[in-house]
Design a protein around this ligand. Structure first.
Ligand code: ATP
Length: 293
């Protein structure tokens, strides 16, 4: 809790609904994220401001309304929870959990690649958040390191869940053609547009595999400055894991990187994989053996 009045008096601020807006915490492609304080409760939030002219939600279609309602109803320790969505003539404001531990990517850059046991801890948090949202029919579709924040205890909070439809990339084709999706994390079926629809679960599993690889290798599996070369690798080339990856991890990643989404693991499969269940001190386990259950 913060002394709101003292803070409001000391700093210039604007206001949206009951929230006083303070300093900018970060800048995204669609607008700023500001510190917000509820004027009655003194509770702090992150307020994501997006210009309506840049996003789809200025239309406030019934679909967008429904999706916002679903997101507001979701509460999970590994996602950035959304509390309110407010509108002004030019902006949309998303009132969200304030996450104060910085980005997982910065932690990775500061400490260098994680060992597999450390990576597993983060990966399990990511998987739990994804499973919770998928169970409610909400897919991320733009999962990347930038969307993984850490709270004060170093626990992952997945940001921007469900926002793809608000921001404007509601279909695979749109996702490919807007700057919303980040090419390095894009699943092959989105690039080839193999079908009109695509399985949101499997697209998120692919991107989570990219993140898991990145945590242990310290770099991403598909990298090229030329986007066509990058896309060609994603669609046609297998992922080569560094020799230091354990056989269990390699096997899990191979199953997360199946080009054919129908053969790719779901998050439930991921949870049953032997590498997922290992902890420090366990033997490396036999690759390919999903645990029963
Ligand atoms: P987008 O594609 O929507 O622009 P982005 O990841 O580029 O996404 P934002 O989500 O707008 O950018 O976030 C910009 C920055 O604001 C982040 O890098 C982070 O530093 C900060 N930030 C975002 N959300 C929160 C939050 N819930 N709590 C604290 N800081 C946040």
């Amino acid at each position: 809790m913060m002394d709101v009045n003292a803070r409001a008096a000391a700093q210039s601020h604007s206001k949206v609904g009951k929230y006083l807006l303070f300093e900018t915490l970060g800048q995204g492609a669609f607008g700023k994220v500001k510190l917000g304080i509820h004027e009655d409760t003194g509770k702090t939030y992150a307020v994501k401001m997006m210009q309506k002219s840049q996003i789809r939600a200025h239309e406030m279609t019934n679909q967008v309304r429904r999706e916002i309602a679903v997101m507001k109803a979701m509460r999970h320790k590994n996602i950035v929870n959304l509390y309110e969505v407010l509108m002004s003539p030019k902006h949309i404001y998303m009132i969200m959990d304030l996450v104060e531990g910085g980005e997982l990517y910065d932690e990775l850059m500061r400490r260098g690649p994680f060992d597999e046991n450390e990576a597993r801890v983060y990966f399990k948090q990511l998987t739990e958040g994804m499973l919770y949202c998928h169970a409610r029919g909400v897919f991320h579709r733009d999962l990347k390191f930038d969307n993984l924040l850490l709270d004060k205890d170093g626990v992952i909070k997945i940001g921007d869940f469900g926002l793809v439809s608000i921001k404007g990339a509601g279909s695979a084709t749109e996702l490919l053609h807007t700057q919303v999706g980040t090419p390095h994390y894009t699943a092959p079926e989105i690039i080839t547009r193999a079908s009109d629809g695509y399985d949101g679960v499997k697209v998120d599993v692919w991107s989570s595999g990219i993140i898991l690889y990145g945590l242990v290798a310290g770099s991403l599996p598909f990298m090229d400055e030329d986007i066509q070369v990058l896309y060609n690798s994603i669609v046609n080339k297998g992922v080569e894991c560094p020799p230091e990856f354990s056989p269990g991890l390699v096997d899990l990643l191979e199953n997360m990187f199946r080009k054919d989404p129908s053969k790719r693991y779901s998050f439930s499969d991921v949870k049953r994989h032997v590498w997922y269940g290992e902890s420090e001190g366990d033997s490396e386990g036999e690759p390919g053996k999903a645990r029963p259950g």
